[in-house]
Design a protein around this ligand. Structure first.
Ligand SMILES: [Zn+2]
Ligand SMILES: [Zn+2]
Length: 142
């Protein structure tokens, strides 16, 4: 059985379990992520949807869909963000901070054209999304 990591929402009522096989780790700078999180960027860990399971407090999990692309899931008790499902792609991205035992090793920045906080870390900066996710795949300077 593959190794797993456990994570929780801010209050701990909702618990998730993820496999130790993320598809990608990175940062998103888009205005939606910034507006929803109240932070200048969001750190995400992307998994295949079937690799993320809610193991406790599923009844407290609420979702909000501004678009069909993203199902943002949060705890109704504390308001803490946990993950965002991307049903059309078959992926779920989990807030990096929600799974603290998984070492965060980002490889890419998404939607850098919308960045308000430039990060000069030498990682590739995609203007929007990778082509596989319907974006241009174009990179841009830091
Ligand atoms: Zn909570
Ligand atoms: Zn975003």
């Amino acid at each position: 059985m593959a190794a797993t990591h456990r994570g929780t929402c801010f209050c701990g009522a909702v618990e998730i379990e993820v496999t130790d096989a993320p598809v990608e780790m990175g940062y998103c700078h888009c205005s939606s992520c910034r507006s929803y999180s109240g932070a200048p960027l969001v750190a995400y860990v992307l998994f295949r949807a079937e690799d993320v399971k809610v193991t406790r407090g599923a009844e407290l999990l609420s979702g909000f869909r501004k678009t069909e692309m993203s199902d943002r899931q949060f705890c109704r008790k504390c308001g803490g963000h946990i993950m965002t499902g991307h049903p059309t792609l078959g992926f779920t991205d989990v807030r990096a901070a929600a799974i603290p035992t998984m070492r965060f090793e980002p490889t890419v920045h998404l939607n850098y054209a919308e960045a308000v906080l430039p990060i000069k870390d030498g990682l590739p900066k995609l203007k929007d999304f990778p082509t596989a996710a319907g974006g241009s795949g174009e990179t841009m300077p830091e």
